[in-house]
Design a protein around this ligand. Structure first.
Ligand code: BYC
Length: 324
């Protein structure tokens, strides 16, 4: 193994010392504080990929707005999809405080060099899938993101507070869709069960690879960006959703899922990590479609960016004249 020793200038050494103290004290790092280059890089990576996930994540649900079964359901779904857009925007803003411009971050998404959450490469086939996405996908997001409210990088933690509040509403609306279906006709109940069967594994994979195959976890936990490991959060989520499924009168089709008295947790089966890797590589059922739509939306929005730039230019020159 090669060890890379960074030679720090006296100013950087002082900065590192303050940074280490702030992390040890559980204080927060603000954008103007000194931070190690690798800390800045990993946060830019994680926050921007989180932002991309929110934006791409609008697609499977937006596809159902015209088909939602009532006016009330449409209104709720529109509000939820708009919330996801808002989350993307707060997160791009938080990422930009680390000094990479939004145009660059978006470029990385569009050219395929930045990742987004694997879950959004699965289709929403039926209305029940919208319930499963709300309950399981937003539920997994909450389990992952509540600890991120305490992330050591302050702008990320602050953005997460509002995101988590909105995700709680999303999760409840998903659960309620499934509750209605599970208590409806036998065909509706079956539709709810099938949706859960489809989303159970992919939702558990949202927490990332197992701890022994998670290259970033150790350092991110030492920096207190992540407060719990991928497997710890996954376990916490399973423990939460099993009784919720029982309350719905539904179940998870995992033969290894059972309460372990000794551990005080549910055991559950090994997930399909080969499938996970192929989805992350771009080979999932909807990767191509999701990226095509995003690129199309970006191209369609060119006139808005041009108009905003022209307006800013005009405003700026008017301001300069006033000052002169
Ligand atoms: N999918 O070392 P690891 C939402 C990548 S949106 C794809 O464990 P880390 C919503 C990982 O990036 C919620 N890639 O990484 C929106 C890394 O690759 P790179 C999205 C994944 O960062 C609309 C590599 O695998 N949530 O809720 O320590 C509608 C090794 O992983 C995935 C977030 O983004 C995955 N599932 O931990 C409804 C949460 N997992 O980057 C709902 C914020 C891992 O080195 N992010 N990878 O090339 C995190 O908490 C962490 O980044 C992760 C991964 C737990 C996801």
């Amino acid at each position: 193994m090669t060890t890379v020793t960074e030679t720090l200038s006296p100013a950087d050494e002082a900065g590192q010392e303050i940074f280490d103290r702030l992390i040890a004290e559980d204080s927060r790092i603000e954008p103007t504080d000194w931070m190690p280059a690798a800390y800045r890089r990993t946060l830019t990576r994680q926050i921007s990929q989180h932002a991309h996930s929110e934006i791409i994540g609008m697609q499977p649900e937006a596809n159902w707005i015209t088909r939602a079964p009532s006016l009330k359901r449409k209104a709720i779904l529109i509000a939820k999809v708009q919330d996801e857009a808002g989350h993307g925007l707060y997160l791009y803003s938080a990422a930009e405080t680390l000094r990479t411009g939004r145009d660059k971050l978006v470029e990385q998404l569009l050219d395929g060099s930045a990742k987004y959450s694997s879950i959004f490469n699965y289709p929403a086939r039926t209305w029940a899938d919208i319930g499963a996405i709300g309950w399981l996908v937003d539920g997994a997001a909450i389990a992952n993101q509540v600890p991120l409210c305490r992330a050591s990088y302050a702008p990320y933690g602050r953005a997460m507070v509002r995101v988590c509040k909105e995700e709680s509403f999303h999760q409840r609306q998903g659960w309620e869709i499934l509750f209605e279906l599970a208590n409806g006709t036998p065909a509706q109940k079956q539709m709810a069960q099938e949706a859960i069967n489809r989303f159970y594994g992919p939702a558990l994979q949202m927490f990332g690879p197992p701890d022994d195959d998670s290259p970033n976890s150790q350092q991110s936990m030492a920096w207190k960006i992540k407060r719990f490991s991928n497997d710890e959060l996954r376990q916490r989520f399973v423990d939460m959703i099993v009784p919720q499924a029982e309350a719905l009168g539904l179940h998870f089709e995992d033969p290894d899922l059972k309460w372990n008295e000794e551990r005080g947790h549910y055991d559950f089966g090994e997930l399909d990590w080969t499938e996970f890797k192929s989805v992350v590589r771009g080979e999932g059922p909807c990767n191509t479609q999701r990226m095509q739509r995003r690129r199309q939306a970006f191209d369609d929005g060119a006139w808005v960016r041009e108009a905003a730039a022209a307006y800013a230019e005009k405003y700026h020159s008017a301001d300069s004249q006033l000052i002169a």
